[in-house]
Design a protein around this ligand. Structure first.
Ligand SMILES: *[C@@H]1O[C@H](CO)[C@@H](O)[C@H](O)[C@H]1NC(C)=O
Ligand SMILES: *[C@@H]1O[C@H](CO)[C@@H](O)[C@H](O)[C@H]1NC(C)=O
Ligand SMILES: *[C@@H]1O[C@H](CO)[C@@H](O)[C@H](O)[C@H]1NC(C)=O
Ligand SMILES: *[C@@H]1O[C@H](CO)[C@@H](O)[C@H](O)[C@H]1NC(C)=O
Length: 460
């Protein structure tokens, strides 16, 4: 597979809001924070039943797409250097009567695009299709504003599925192409749920409607109990909270699903954790801070690692430019809110399964490639959480833990399990892995798409 390593960083950032920007102070983040809390307290109205694909996708949601592809072609973006790859952007209607449409941005591989697989990146290179989902996120919208109160995992999976079938109609040369789905953070839900929906409808139709081959999820929300305990253990083992405090949390809090409201001791301990973490970026614990949010002619000098802590503000400024939106065929209906890295339009979340482990098991049982990666400086859904969640699956180890390499350096560590599950860390990456370690992330994605194991010698 040939891919395009010089994809501008900004486009990796066109991700839908995930749990990522949580606690960054936006309303959506609070909503997701509350969702987590509500789920753990077991007394919310959030439907937490295991995920089931919608039985019946109304075929009236599928439309002919003649001419749309040409209309979506993007000649160039304001300020973009000359690029060799072709790019498209536009809307796909997922519900005509409600007026609900999802925005996508698509870059084709620079070389051998005819044979390269298709990769869908939810939220967060091959032929890469970026999707802003659900409606209410980024440029995606609904004309029926009450839709924003009905968001949930089930609706998202259905809309994503309807989007995909319609999109493949628009780009019909990709219909039989090997297809992969990836995403980070809360996409730990979206990705397996969409994969399950695709498998379900392929089986029901007794044919391959979508040629799904595998999924890749990073710093992913998998199983709340292990995710949460792993977070406190990570903070403790990285000198952010004391071991006494870890012990207090572990003694007084019960993160098992449906646990009754937490004790006062637990709440006090969690408050102490908040004090210790308040002034660092828990999505990348070693990251510098962004002190001046104003955009300037030249982006700020990156420090520590090759990344600008203010980059979110630049992306915000760029994507809200009317000329950029026009070039991208975005915001054609003149929405009343700004493009935000994290949506505050969605007001409530109706369903979120208690765990997605059974879905991962189902995907593996159906022969799909499942890769789970972890940027190792993220404390929000850290590597410990992911390890505890994978341990819950009680898989047999196929290839023992070892470093993997890129350009003579350790890119991270990996362990492969029987049943085709690869776990890999990305060294020095925070929650949004490609933002912090683009080359390591690209190498990981290449090996995932090629189905080859990560290099175990420094020769690569
Ligand atoms: C939403 O409403 C606008 C204005 O009426 C219309 O142009 C647009 O096509 C509608 N969107 C969808 C997805 O139907
Ligand atoms: C935690 O809560 C669950 C669900 O209510 C309960 O079954 C379990 O016994 C609790 N664990 C402890 C250690 O109290
Ligand atoms: C940022 O922009 C605001 C509004 O334009 C201005 O008042 C403020 O002085 C600027 N701050 C810096 C550090 O440039
Ligand atoms: C859409 O365009 C309107 C009018 O230019 C602007 O006020 C709004 O912020 C934009 N919204 C998005 C999501 O881009």
């Amino acid at each position: 597979m040939e891919s395009n390593p010089c994809l501008p960083l900004v486009f990796f950032l066109i991700v839908s809001c995930s749990i990522a920007q949580i606690e960054a102070g936006t309303r959506q983040s609070e909503a997701l924070g509350h969702l987590y809390k509500a789920k753990l307290e077991g007394n919310s109205n959030v439907d937490s039943a295991l995920f089931q694909a919608i039985d019946h996708v109304d075929i009236s949601k599928f439309h002919r797409q003649e001419g749309s592809k040409e209309k979506d072609r993007i000649e160039s973006l304001p300020g973009q250097p000359k690029v060799e790859f072709s790019q498209h952007g536009g809307y796909v209607t997922v519900d005509k009567s409600a007026g609900r449409a999802l925005y996508y941005y698509f870059v084709e591989a620079q070389h051998s695009k005819e044979s390269s697989p298709l990769l869908l990146w939810l939220n967060g290179a091959a032929n890469v299709l970026f999707l802003e989902s659900p409606a209410g996120v980024g440029f995606s919208y609904s004309n029926t504003t009450s839709d924003y109160e009905k968001s949930g995992d089930k609706r998202t999976a259905e809309d994503n599925y309807v989007f995909l079938v319609n999109w493949l109609e628009r780009f019909s040369e990709y219909k039989d192409r090997e297809f992969y789905i990836s995403g980070e953070s809360y996409a730990g839900h979206y990705v397996p749920e969409l994969a399950h929906t695709i498998l379900y409808h392929n089986k029901k139709a007794k044919k391959t409607i979508i040629n799904l081959k595998g999924i890749l999820i990073g710093n992913a929300v998998i199983n709340p109990e292990t995710d949460t305990i792993g977070m406190y253990d990570y903070l403790g083992s990285h000198a952010i909270i004391s071991d006494v405090l870890v012990h207090k949390v572990r003694t007084h809090c019960n993160f098992s699903f449906n646990a009754t409201p937490q004790s006062d001791e637990c709440n006090e301990a969690v408050d102490e954790v908040r004090k210790d973490t308040h002034h660092i970026d828990i999505y990348n614990i070693y990251a510098p801070s962004c002190f001046h949010k104003n955009t300037t002619e030249k982006p700020k000098k990156p420090s520590l690692v090759n990344f600008d802590p203010c980059s979110d503000y630049y992306v915000y400024a760029y994507l809200n430019r009317p000329d950029v939106q026009e070039a991208m065929h975005a915001n054609v209906t003149k929405l009343t809110h700004d493009w935000e890295p994290c949506s505050d339009v969605i007001t409530s979340w109706s369903d979120s399964p208690s765990t997605i482990i059974p879905l991962l098991q189902e995907l593996m049982a159906n022969g799909l490639r499942v890769w789970i990666f972890s940027g190792d400086t993220d404390a929000r859904v850290p590597v410990t959480s992911t390890q505890y969640s994978i341990n819950k699956m009680k898989l047999q180890v196929k290839t023992e833990w070892h470093p993997w390499y890129l350009k003579g350096e350790v890119g991270g560590y990996t362990q492969v399990y029987r049943g085709d599950l690869t776990f890999a860390t990305v060294r020095g990456a925070g929650h949004q892995v490609p933002t912090y370690q683009p080359l390591r992330a690209l190498s990981l994605i290449k090996h995932f798409l090629d189905g080859t194991s990560l290099p175990d010698t420094t020769r690569y």
